[in-house]
Design a protein around this ligand. Structure first.
Ligand code: ZN
Length: 271
């Protein structure tokens, strides 16, 4: 059994922990599948009233693990993608990226993400589906994938979370939104000293776990339903398709689903 993701239940709180700190919790397919298994396990357990998502190490998540990406294929993502082409990638990402994130958002129990350090691109797909976000004072949120030739990561929460102008700035410049600004804009619920992140996020989970679970379920639904009536669900799907226009455009031009070497992004110093 892999220990890439840890799972624990106590006091009606399921704690799901990303446990790949040596890679800044970068998401490979196995980690994502295990993560989804943990969400489903928490959803199915009547003893669990609140789900707390946290990460081991100094950084929440560096995003998708593209360390194995070669110039002509996304072999690190899935061996079949090079054979099945752009439609294969679209299907793969529909399941594991937009699909998983959307499923977590719909699980009828309150969820809290506790975020420290870097939360980059694919990292946003893990925290935005959560109902609440507690950020450490050193947290930073960035989506630098315009540097890779696509218009934003697969789960376009940006505009909903930050407002249109800040969303554009975040994408156009690839610079991070820092914890304090994220709080001012309502993207996170509160900012706490990094050394208190675990304690404060757990206190919040325990507080919510005292409430009536069916009422919590309905409270979650009324907010999510309002967002969906405003068009969030349709927008997420549409923006996911635009994301794939970026992959396809890159593929046509360079033979790779992303245009630049990930090392160039790291070397830019922007993330
Ligand atoms: Zn993608």
């Amino acid at each position: 059994m892999s220990d890439l993701v840890l799972y624990d239940v106590s006091d009606h709180v399921a704690t799901i922990t990303l446990n790949r700190p040596e890679r800044r919790n970068a998401q490979n397919p196995q980690l994502l599948d295990l993560l989804n298994d943990c969400w489903e396990r928490a959803a199915a357990d009547d003893d669990v009233k609140v789900i707390l998502l946290r990460a081991e190490g100094p950084h929440f998540s560096a995003g998708h693990d593209t360390s194995g990406v070669k110039n002509d294929e996304l072999s690190s993502v899935d061996d079949n993608i090079a054979e099945t082409g752009t439609l294969g990638l679209y299907r793969w990402e529909t399941k594991r990226f937009l699909g998983y994130s959307r499923r977590w958002r719909e699980i009828p129990k309150p969820s809290i993400a506790a975020v420290q350090g870097a939360c980059i691109a694919g990292g946003l797909m893990l925290v935005w589906p959560c109902d609440l976000i507690v950020a450490a004072d050193n947290a930073r949120f960035a989506d630098p994938v315009v540097m890779m030739g696509v218009g934003g990561v697969e789960y376009h929460g940006h505009t909903w979370e930050l407002g249109a102008r800040k969303a554009k700035e975040m994408l156009f410049t690839a610079k991070p939104v820092l914890a304090d600004e994220a709080e001012r804009r309502g993207m996170v619920n509160r900012v706490v000293p990094v050394e208190e992140l675990d304690q404060k996020s757990r206190e919040l989970a325990l507080e919510i776990a005292q409430m009536h679970p069916h009422a919590l379920e309905m409270a979650k639904r009324v907010v999510n339903q309002t967002l969906d009536i405003q068009g969030q669900y349709a927008a997420l799907q549409s923006c996911f398709d635009i994301h794939h226009l970026g992959h396809n455009s890159s593929y046509v031009q360079t033979g790779s689903f992303i245009m630049v070497d990930h090392n160039a992004v790291k070397a830019s110093g922007k993330v």
